[in-house]
Design a protein around this ligand. Sequence first.
Ligand code: XMP
Length: 322
Amino acid sequence: MANTKEITVKELNTQKFIEEKAREISALVGSGAAINALSGGVDSSAVTMLGHKALGDRLKTYFIDNGIMREGEPERIVSIFKKLGVRVEIVNAQDKFLSALKGVTDPEEKREAITQTFYKDVFAKLVKESDAKYLLQGTILTDIDETVAGIKRQHNVFEQLGIDPEEAFGYKIIEPLVRLRKDGVRKIAEATGLPESIYNRIPFPGPALAARVVGEVTREKIAVVRKATIIVEDILSSTRAFQYMAILHEDRVTGMRDGKRDFGLQIEVRSWDSIDARKATPTRLSYDILFKLSERITKEVPGVVSVTYNIATKPPSTIEVI
Ligand code: XMP
């Protein structure tokens, strides 16, 4: 089992860590090639930079467009990395993910559907087509803790689940960030030359907007939560909150639109203060901000008649809704 002893942010020497990890990756991959998927989050971005430092063009980086990303994400991320000299290829796999999610309502089954589609279908094909035997992945210590504790199965943790990726999917996994928590990863990301829009980016889950739709995930529901997400991120980006999000609920509620009854959609806004996502408390947003959120979401997102703000702490809540 890999060494998962925590390196705290206090202990972390960024340059030394980067050099060490680049050396480790080079030694493991040898003269071969590796492949990784970049989502644009701080973890996969840091791993892309470490892998690129170690392997240069022998690291093939793909951005898997799974259809459940935030607005404009693939193009934005590819252009940021292009400026850093890292070539990223976009793979359109929207239909595959959305059809795997069809009819699935249970949270863990959704994660499973995304995991299977990602690793077995889309990624395994890319690996087979390339000559890569290694996959670089941005698993961090919190992902492992929560999976081991049985709180949530993070979609990128295999070893702890007793799954052998080589047997199951045909490749070995390298996880350079596995001894760090989010604050440490941000330091590493900054030290590799990534811009602040990446290293200070709020966390975003692997299952993407599918983690923010209660019940079945459809293209239409993703479009709703995507629009609400733009507004929430726009209004709350100036707060110092750890993470904020829009969630689309399954239940419909009665509302009024243009003087008529409208059995409409409800969006829940969550904004969290936290250090490392293990515990979190709702941000004390001003009533003005809450009002702005509700006004813009009901005006700009078709079909939404109700906006709520979550006031429960983690635990017993979790940060995401599924
Ligand atoms: P929870 O919801 O477990 O989230 O309190 C803790 C932190 O992890 C993120 N998160 C995920 N990240 N795959 C990921 O890569 C997942 O399945 C996943 N679920 C939650 C969440 O956004 C928060 O920052």
